[in-house]
Design a protein around this ligand. Sequence first.
Ligand SMILES: C[S@@+](CC[C@H](N)C(=O)[O-])C[C@H]1O[C@@H](n2cnc3c(N)ncnc32)[C@H](O)[C@@H]1O
Length: 354
Amino acid sequence: MTADFDAKRQQAHGYEVIFTADATSRRFALDELAAAGVGARLIGWLAPEVGRAALTTSWDALVEHFRKQPPIFCRHIFPVHTVVPLQGEEADLDALAVAAGQLGSRVRPDEPFSVQTRILGEGWPYGPFDVNNRLAQVLVDAGGRLDVRQPVWALSVVLTREAAYLGFSRTADNLSDWAGGARRFRREEEQISRAEFKLLEALEVFNLKLPEAGLVLDLGAAPGGWTRLMIRQGLRVVAVDPADLHPALEQEPGVEHVRKLAQDYLPGLKRSFDIILNDMRIDAGESALLMRQAIDVLRPGGWGLMTLKLPKHTLIETMTDALESLRVEYDVLGVRQLFHNRSEVTVALRPHKP
Ligand SMILES: C[S@@+](CC[C@H](N)C(=O)[O-])C[C@H]1O[C@@H](n2cnc3c(N)ncnc32)[C@H](O)[C@@H]1O
């Protein structure tokens, strides 16, 4: 956004952002905004997981801060450039098209855009696709190039009963390429557990690359969703869990099911692994300690991915302690409460360079 454009915006509405977080962690997302040094103040919640906040400094200042210190709980954010009053009627689309037209001077033919609409509440006479299509056409007419798969820019639109909030920003600055950070995957017929979505999202968010072949240690593997995804990628898996794996995996030649607790399997282990996954439902501090112990069996160049299960009342303290423990052995590549995480965060790890 140009300084000139930002200045005009500020005169009109002040700086505003719309942000999302898991509804149960939204206060932590707000804390992240408050700690960003941009004078963030909550205006209100548009939905349990969608907040509207005012800033005293520009969007760019917030982007800069989040680039240096990526948030854990704030899932998606965009600057509000236009607010359009709504009637809940078809004619809203015309009003939105006019507003999009005013943002049209922002589009660049060499950097594709997409329109990402979220409609809050029920009973609307139009849906997100109608809004997306109508506004995308306006921006295409203004010289923009639409690419819904890999957009560089997003026209973000959130509709509430009273008003629509529109903002045009780089997807990289929005913290997620997906509307509201809601990364959805198509359900596959062979899917074993919902946890699979969590792993797919984590690989994408942390930009983790899977080797073409190799051995994975999956701690807390049952019923086996993560194991299945690794097998599908051509990797072999040692799946550690006292519980049963899905029958499809018990017959899978690439899977070795070790019916043990990780605490009993790891001591004295002589094998080595390319990747260590850990989705064990145990105390976060203990899980971190086991992950530290497992570093001895991680091959050079390998990485780890784990979830930290966090109790509601001591969430931040528990997470902070577990991360501090992990940092003794690992570089923490990223920590996020993903769209598919509930009372947990996902952590990507790489051993310190020797
Ligand atoms: C959330 S489930 C894992 C789901 C799995 N990632 C998937 O994709 O299907 C947690 C698992 O951790 C296992 N678990 C809990 N404590 C464990 C321990 N100490 N060692 C090994 N597994 C453990 C439980 O038996 C349970 O199957």
